[in-house]
Design a protein around this ligand. Structure first.
Ligand SMILES: Cc1cc2nc3c(=O)[nH]c(=O)nc-3n(C[C@H](O)[C@H](O)[C@H](O)COP(=O)(O)OP(=O)(O)OC[C@H]3O[C@@H](n4cnc5c(N)ncnc54)[C@H](O)[C@@H]3O)c2cc1C
Ligand SMILES: *[C@@H]1O[C@H](CO)[C@@H](O)[C@H](O)[C@H]1NC(C)=O
Ligand SMILES: *[C@@H]1O[C@H](CO)[C@@H](O)[C@H](O)[C@H]1NC(C)=O
Ligand SMILES: *[C@@H]1O[C@H](CO)[C@@H](O)[C@H](O)[C@H]1NC(C)=O
Ligand SMILES: *[C@@H]1O[C@H](CO)[C@@H](O)[C@H](O)[C@H]1NC(C)=O
Ligand SMILES: *[C@@H]1O[C@H](CO)[C@@H](O)[C@H](O)[C@H]1NC(C)=O
Ligand SMILES: *[C@@H]1O[C@H](CO)[C@@H](O)[C@H](O)[C@H]1NC(C)=O
Ligand SMILES: *[C@@H]1O[C@H](CO)[C@@H](O)[C@H](O)[C@H]1NC(C)=O
Ligand SMILES: *[C@@H]1O[C@H](CO)[C@@H](O)[C@H](O)[C@H]1NC(C)=O
Ligand SMILES: *[C@@H]1O[C@H](CO)[C@@H](O)[C@H](O)[C@H]1NC(C)=O
Ligand SMILES: *[C@@H]1O[C@H](CO)[C@@H](O)[C@H](O)[C@H]1NC(C)=O
Ligand SMILES: *[C@@H]1O[C@H](CO)[C@@H](O)[C@H](O)[C@H]1NC(C)=O
Ligand SMILES: *[C@@H]1O[C@H](CO)[C@@H](O)[C@H](O)[C@H]1NC(C)=O
Length: 637
C-alpha cells in the first residue's frame, strides 16, 4: 500500500504535466525535439486541436549552455577509435545543443525526392516553402553586407525560427580564403538558399539577433506554452504504441510511457486519435520495433509479437564521415594578426565532385560510377540518387571553416555506406544497437579497390588543401599544413583516416519511400500497415541532405503539420500550393540594436576563450552514443 502511494507521488512529481490531462488527445507526440516540438506548436495553433508531447529529457530552456551561442561545443577528438555522438535529451532535443548552422539544400537535390524517389508532393518548391515558413531571416549589419550574402526574397519573414548571420568576420576569410578560392574559379559568394547551394558562403545561424541567444524548438515552445490545448510532459520516456486493433490496418489507441529517470516502473497510458513518433534517428526506429513494427525475425528474437511486417524499419541509417578529429590545420606566418572578435564563424564551402577532385581523379571515379549498376547492401534508389547528384554537380563535399585558427573540416556529405539501428532487447530502457557500417562500399578506381567514402573525402581534402596553400593570397601566409599536403596520397590518406569520425548528422532509419523501395513511411508520413501512426523527424529523410539537417528538419515539421491539417475542418492554414512565402521580406532592426554593430561587437567573448569545449558538460543532458569510426558496432552509454 505504502509503496504504491509513493510511486504515484513520485510519478506526479517527476513526470511534470503542464496542464490538466484530458481523456483523449487529437495528437500525442513522442519526443519534444527539433521536429516534434515545432510540429506541436503549429498543430496547436488551432484551439480545437489538443496536443500532448512526451519528452524523455528535462526542461533546460534556462541553461546558459543551451541559450548562449558562444557555448556551442567543439567535438571530441576521437582518441581511441570511438567518440560520443550526443543528441539532445531535453526540451528542443538536438536543436538545444547543436551548432545552429541553418542552411538548405539545392533545388535539384530536393526535386530528386519527387523525380527519382517518387515522393509525390515533396520537391524544392514544397520543401523550401516549408523551410521559409519556419524562418524569420534577419539581414546582416550594413558594414558586413559585402561579406555576408543575403537576399531577402529567398527567406522567410514571419516564421518561428530566427535566422541571422555571425556578428563579425574573421579577416582570414575576407582577406585570404575567400579571394583565393575566387581566383581559382570557386563560385563567388551568393545567398545559398537560392536553389544552388554550391560555393564558399557564410551561412546563417538559428540565433535571435536582439539578445543573441539560440533560436530553437525550445524557444518556439516558450512563445506558445500558454496555450491550454498544448501540453508537454518531461521525464516521460515513451516505451511503445498501444494498439486498439491489429491486423492489416493496425490502429493505435495512444502511447505508453514510464519516468525516464527510473524513479518508478509505473507505466502510464495516454489515448490519442493520432500518434506521432518524433524521437530522432535512433529512438524512432526503436519505438516502432518495441511496438511490433519491424522485421519479424528481429522482433521475435527478443520476444515481441509482430504487428506490422516491415523489415525496412531501422535501415538506411547514415552518419556521414567528417575530418574533425582534428581538422586540417594551416600554419600561418606568426607575425600575421588575423582579427574578427568572435569565435562564432561560419564560412562553409560546399562543392561538387567535378570541382573538388583533380580532373584525372574525377574521370577515374566517374568511370567507376558509370560502370556500376548495383552495390551490394545499398538500395538501388540510393545509387541512382548518388549518380544524379554526381552528374548534376550537386554539393558532395563540404569544407567548414569555423575556428579562431586557420583550421578547416572536410566532410563527405552523402556517404554511400549506410547502417542500421535495431533493438536487441524487449526492455524499452535498453539502448538499441547501432551499426553505422562506416566505409563498407568499395570502388575500383583506376584498377585499385578503395573504400569509397574515405577515398573521396581524402582525395578532395588533399586537392583543396594544396590549392589553398599554393594559391595567392593564401600562399603568402601559409607556412605548412598538417597533415602536409605534399605527402604521397597513401600517407595523406592514413593521416586523414585517423582524423575522421562522425559528422553528428545522423539521419534515416525510417525512410520515406515506397514500401517496395525500402520505405517505412509514405508521403503523408504514415507508417505502412498502420492507420494512424506517423513519424516526423530526421529518421524519414529518404537520402542524406547536403545541408546540415536542422533546417530541413524544421521544414519537414512544417510540411507535416500542413499535411495533417489538410482536408480537416479544423485546419488553420491551407497547404501552400506554390512557394507563397518566397518573397517575404525579412524584418531587421535598424540602428542601435545589438545585432547592428557588426564587427565592433566584443561582448560575449571572454579573453581566455579557447572554443566551446564547455559543451562537454552538457552531454549529461544528452543521449550519448559511442559511434566508433573504426569499430563498426556502437552502443549507448
Ligand atoms: C553536436 C551536434 C551539432 C550539430 N550541429 C548542427 C548544425 O549546426 N546545423 C544543423 O543543421 N544540424 C546540426 N546537427 C544535427 C541536427 O541538430 C539534428 O539532425 C536534428 O536536430 C535532429 O532532429 P530530430 O527532430 O530528428 O531529433 P531530436 O531533435 O534529437 O529530437 C528527438 C527528441 O526525442 C526525445 N526522445 C527520444 N526518445 C524518446 C522516448 N523514448 N520517449 C520520449 N522522448 C524521447 C529526445 O530526448 C529528443 O528531445 C548537429 C547535431 C549534433 C549532435
Ligand atoms: C585528443 O585528446 C586527448 C585528450 O583529450 C589528447 O591527449 C590527444 O593529444 C588529442 N589528440 C590529438 C590528435 O590532438
Ligand atoms: C519509382 O517509380 C518507378 C516507376 O513505377 C519505379 O520503376 C521505381 O522503382 C520507383 N522508385 C522508387 C525509389 O520508388
Ligand atoms: C531572446 O529574444 C527572443 C525573441 O524576443 C525571446 O523569445 C527569447 O526568449 C529571448 N531569449 C532569452 C534567453 O532571453
Ligand atoms: C524497475 O524494474 C527493474 C527491473 O525489474 C528493477 O531492477 C528496478 O529496481 C525497478 N525500479 C523501481 C524504482 O522499482
Ligand atoms: C514478412 O514479409 C516478407 C516479405 O516482405 C515475407 O517474406 C515474410 O514471410 C513475412 N513474414 C511473416 C512472419 O509474415
Ligand atoms: C612573415 O611575414 C613577415 C611580414 O610580412 C615577413 O617579413 C616574413 O618573412 C614572413 N615569414 C615567413 C616565414 O614567411
Ligand atoms: C592510374 O594508374 C596509373 C598506373 O598506375 C597511374 O600512372 C595514374 O596516375 C593513375 N591515375 C589516377 C587518376 O590515379
Ligand atoms: C559517365 O557518364 C556520364 C553521363 O552518362 C558521361 O557524361 C561521362 O562522360 C561518363 N564519364 C566517363 C569517365 O565515362
Ligand atoms: C572491400 O575491400 C576490403 C579491403 O580493402 C575488403 O576487406 C572487403 O571485404 C571488401 N568488401 C566487399 C564488400 O567487397
Ligand atoms: C483503416 O481503418 C480506418 C479506421 O477504421 C479506416 O478509416 C481506413 O479507411 C482504413 N484504411 C485502410 C487502408 O483500410
Ligand atoms: C515573387 O516575386 C517575383 C518577382 O517579383 C514574382 O514574379 C512572383 O510572382 C512572386 N511570387 C509570389 C509567390 O508572390
Ligand atoms: C554547462 O557548462 C559548464 C561548463 O562546462 C559545466 O560545468 C556545466 O555542468 C554545464 N551545465 C550543464 C547543465 O550541463
Amino acid at each position: 500500500m505504502m509503496l504504491s502511494k509513493i510511486s504515484v507521488i513520485l510519478l506526479w512529481e517527476f513526470c511534470v504535466a503542464s496542464h490538466d490531462s484530458i481523456s483523449q488527445y487529437d495528437y500525442v507526440i513522442a519526443g519534444a525535439g527539433t521536429a516534434g516540438l515545432l510540429l506541436a506548436s503549429i498543430l496547436s495553433e488551432d484551439p480545437n486541436v489538443n496536443v500532448l508531447v512526451l519528452e524523455a529529457g528535462f526542461d533546460s530552456r534556462k541553461e546558459a549552455n543551451v541559450t548562449d551561442p558562444e557555448r556551442r561545443g567543439l567535438y571530441d577528438n576521437g582518441t581511441g577509435g570511438s567518440q560520443y555522438v550526443p543528441r539532445g535529451k531535453t526540451i528542443g532535443g538536438t536543436s538545444a545543443m547543436n551548432w545552429m548552422i541553418h542552411n538548405e539544400d539545392s533545388r535539384v537535390q530536393l526535386d530528386i525526392w519527387e523525380s527519382v524517389l517518387n515522393l509525390t508532393g515533396w520537391n524544392w518548391e514544397s520543401i523550401s516553402t516549408a523551410f521559409r515558413e519556419s524562418e524569420t531571416m534577419y539581414a546582416p549589419p550594413t558594414d558586413l553586407a559585402d561579406d555576408l550574402p543575403y537576399d531577402a526574397s529567398l527567406h522567410g519573414g514571419t516564421g518561428p525560427i530566427a535566422s541571422t548571420f555571425q556578428r563579425s568576420v574573421y579577416t582570414l576569410y575576407s582577406q585570404y580564403v575567400s579571394p583565393t578560392l575566387e581566383s581559382r574559379g570557386f563560385t563567388p559568394t551568393h545567398d545559398g538558399n537560392d536553389g544552388n547551394a554550391n560555393g564558399p558562403n557564410f551561412l546563417p545561424f538559428a540565433i535571435y539577433p536582439f539578445n543573441y541567444t539560440r533560436s530553437y524548438a525550445g524557444s518556439v515552445y516558450t512563445t506558445v506554452e500558454y496555450r491550454p490545448n498544448l501540453e508537454v510532459r518531461t521525464n516521460c520516456q515513451v516505451t511503445g504504441i498501444s494498439w486498439a486493433s491489429t491486423g492489416a490496418n493496425a490502429t493505435a489507441s495512444g502511447l505508453r510511457y514510464v519516468p525516464a529517470d527510473g524513479s518508478t516502473n509505473q507505466t502510464t497510458q495516454v489515448a490519442s486519435r493520432e500518434v506521432v513518433i518524433s524521437a530522432g534517428a535512433i529512438q524512432s526506429p526503436q519505438i516502432l520495433e518495441l511496438s511490433g513494427i519491424g522485421d519479424p525475425n528481429i522482433l521475435q528474437a527478443v520476444g515481441i509479437t509482430p504487428v506490422v511486417n516491415l523489415s525496412n524499419v531501422g535501415t538506411s541509417l547514415r552518419d556521414p564521415p567528417m575530418t574533425n578529429y582534428w581538422p586540417i590545420q594551416f600554419k600561418i606566418n606568426g607575425s600575421m594578426k588575423l582579427t574578427g572578435n568572435e569565435s562564432i564563424q561560419n564560412f562553409i564551402d560546399l562543392e561538387p565532385a567535378s570541382k573538388i577532385l583533380s580532373p584525372a581523379d574525377y574521370n577515374a571515379a566517374s568511370s567507376w560510377l558509370n560502370s556500376t549498376s548495383a552495390i551490394p547492401g545499398l538500395a538501388d534508389a540510393q545509387l541512382a540518387v548518388f549518380k544524379e547528384l554526381w552528374y548534376t554537380d550537386q554539393p558532395l563535399i563540404e569544407f567548414a571553416w569555423q575556428y579562431q585558427t586557420a583550421n578547416v573540416t572536410p566532410y563527405c556529405l552523402v556517404p554511400l555506406s549506410q547502417g542500421t539501428v535495431h533493438i536487441n532487447s524487449s526492455d524499452p530502457m535498453h539502448p538499441p544497437a547501432i551499426n553505422p557500417n562506416y566505409n563498407v562500399v568499395n570502388a575500383t578506381i583506376n584498377g585499385t579497390v578503395v573504400q569509397w567514402d574515405m577515398w573521396f573525402l581524402a582525395k578532395a581534402a588533399q586537392y583543396y588543401t594544396k590549392l589553398l596553400a599554393t594559391t595567392a593570397p593564401m600562399s603568402s601566409i601559409v607556412i605548412s599544413t598538417v597533415p602536409d599536403y605534399k605527402l604521397p596520397f597513401e600517407e595523406w590518406y592514413e593521416d586523414i583516416f585517423q582524423q575522421t569520425g562522425s559528422s553528428q548528422h545522423l539521419t534515416g532509419g525510417n525512410p520515406m519511400l515506397e514500401r517496395e523501395a525500402g520505405g517505412v513511411v509514405d508521403t503523408e508520413l504514415k507508417v505502412y500497415g498502420t492507420n494512424n501512426v506517423r513519424v516526423v523527424d530526421g529518421s524519414v529523410f529518404p537520402y542524406q541532405p547536403s545541408a546540415h539537417p536542422m533546417g530541413v528538419t524544421y521544414a519537414l515539421a512544417v510540411r507535416a503539420a500542413r499535411i495533417f491539417q489538410a482536408g480537416k475542418s479544423t485546419k488553420t492554414t491551407s497547404l501552400p500550393s506554390s512557394n507563397a512565402s518566397a518573397n517575404a521580406t525579412a524584418t531587421f532592426p535598424v540602428g542601435g540594436s545589438e545585432s547592428g554593430n557588426g564587427s565592433s561587437i566584443t561582448t560575449g567573448v571572454p579573453a581566455s576563450y579557447t572554443g566551446g569545449a564547455n559543451l562537454v558538460g552538457f552531454e549529461k543532458l544528452g543521449w550519448a552514443m559511442f559511434g566508433g569510426f573504426v569499430f563498426a558496432i556502437s552502443q549507448f552509454v
